[in-house]
Design a protein around this ligand. Structure first.
Ligand code: NAD
Length: 248
């Protein structure tokens, strides 16, 4: 553990904070069964992102890229939110100042009952036309529409692929929530994917109390006041024990 970093063993009282941001990454969903991209068992060991997760690949083989994302959706549907997702959702229902800012595209926070979720890398559950905006397709188990009804172009998943820009209004919403929070809890993110990795720096610059939950000490650990090196599904119920809800 880097010098100066303390461990948290006590519970936190949500009422002590006006505005709480949970900033989540692939490690948040790992215990639900959704693979990370980079770590052991990560997707990019099996698939080359140049073939499946960039605009150039989509333009070459749209059907192949959509099939790949369709599999990601099927996989997400076969997984369930875990106790950590449920604790955050319960807190958001009892505290008006809770926002989730996630890098994940799997919709797991919403399935656990979170309403205020800012998805900085988009969502597997939406499609968009580069020309005519977003077509929502939240519940369907398949990509129901693959072409834009206005121009006939292929619709692409509304997620941030390699080389894409982030959605400006979404990024601004994340920026605003994080600039204003007094407690920032990072969960399951390695802090190496930019520009999202700037968000903990922003929270720190604005004086939030900084907490990190990760099974390993990440490279950006120096930004945090406190570190819990436990899996998210154990750490969150430990931190907020009064909010643990039974599995539905
Ligand atoms: P990452 O794969 O770079 O890092 C994952 C981090 O989670 C690691 O630091 C690891 O130590 C930690 N971790 C693993 N299991 C954990 C657990 N049970 N509890 C707590 N921590 C755990 O992920 P990243 O930082 O989110 O960056 C990857 C990018 O890929 C993101 O931008 C994201 O958009 C995308 N992605 C999304 C999903 C998804 O939607 N579920 C899955 C894979 C990747």
């Amino acid at each position: 553990m880097p010098a100066g970093l303390r461990t948290v063993s006590d519970m936190l009282s949500p009422a002590d904070f006006r505005s709480i941001v949970f900033f989540t990454g692939a490690g948040m969903s790992a215990e639900s069964g959704i693979p990370t991209y980079r770590g052991a068992g990560g997707l990019w060991h099996e698939y080359r992102y140049e073939e499946y997760a960039c605009q150039a690949a989509f333009e070459r083989h749209p059907d192949k890229v959509l099939d790949f994302h369709y599999l990601r959706r099927e996989q997400a549907l076969s997984c369930q939110p875990h106790a950590g997702h449920r604790v955050i959702a319960a807190l958001s229902q009892s505290h008006p100042g809770v926002t989730v800012v996630t890098q994940n595209i799997d919709g797991m926070h919403q399935r656990a009952g979170n309403e205020r979720v800012i998805e900085v890398h988009g969502s597997l559950w939406r499609m968009r036309c580069a020309e005519h905006g977003v077509t929502r397709d939240v519940a369907a188990a398949a990509y129901a529409h693959t072409h834009c009804p206005q121009c006939g172009r292929w619709l692409r998943p509304d997620i941030t692929w390699f080389g894409d820009y982030l959605d400006e209004p979404v990024w601004q919403a994340a920026f605003d929530a994080i600039s204003d929070c007094d407690l920032f809890i990072s969960i399951g993110t390695s802090g190496v994917v930019y520009p999202a990795a700037r968000l903990p720096e922003l929270a720190r610059a604005h004086g939030a109390r900084m907490l990190c939950i990760n099974t390993e000490v990440p490279d950006n650990a120096f930004l945090f006041d406190e570190m819990i090196t436990r899996p998210a599904s154990l750490a969150l119920p430990q931190l907020f024990p009064l909010l643990v809800t039974p599995k539905e």
